[in-house]
Design a protein around this ligand. Structure first.
Ligand code: ADP
Ligand code: MG
Length: 143
């Protein structure tokens, strides 16, 4: 499925819809360049999960855990990962194979340890369509 958005608010809203529909154990990966809207999308998902707390980029912690929403929410940003072994240290498998919802920014860096089934969200710019344009591609992997 491909969705085009023309403002940050629209991208947030797409995330929110996904958060509203998310089920225990769902894993989402987010692919796209720096500044494309991965964290903004994630903030929408958190809103959809009824999380009130502010969501920031967990750049220095790899994973940020939010427990107060409709489902536990595990927000990963693996941009600074040196080796996939670092994911073991943060308890990656307990989260990803657990009963919450996982969102993994820069998941292409840990491709070899992604679960068999997940939803891949790719966000891309196209400057010919304006600075606020984003193309969001949502694909079911391994389904
Ligand atoms: P990332 O996490 O991918 O590095 P962020 O979500 O932190 O990116 O930042 C995205 C930036 O792009 C924000 O400043 C946001 O306002 C801006 N932006 C402009 N148009 C859009 C759009 N259509 N969708 C998402 N973000 C947009
Ligand atoms: Mg980010």
């Amino acid at each position: 499925m491909i969705i085009e958005t023309f403002s940050p608010e629209e991208t947030f809203r797409i995330g929110e819809e996904i958060g509203q529909k998310a089920c225990p154990g769902d894993v989402y990966t987010l692919i796209g360049d720096l500044g494309v809207g991965k964290t903004l999308f994630t903030q929408g998902v958190a809103k959809g999960l009824e999380i009130e707390e502010a969501i920031s980029s967990p750049t220095f912690t790899i994973v940020q855990v939010y427990e107060e929403g409709r489902l536990p929410f595990y927000h990963f940003d693996v941009y600074r990962i040196g080796d996939v072994d670092e994911m073991d240290e943060v308890g990656y498998e307990d989260y990803v194979y657990g009963d919450g919802v996982s969102m993994i920014e820069w998941a292409d860096l840990i491709e070899e340890i992604l679960p068999e089934k997940y939803t891949r969200v790719t966000i891309e710019k196209d400057l010919s369509k304006g600075v606020d344009y984003r193309r969001i591609t949502i694909e079911e992997i391994g389904a």
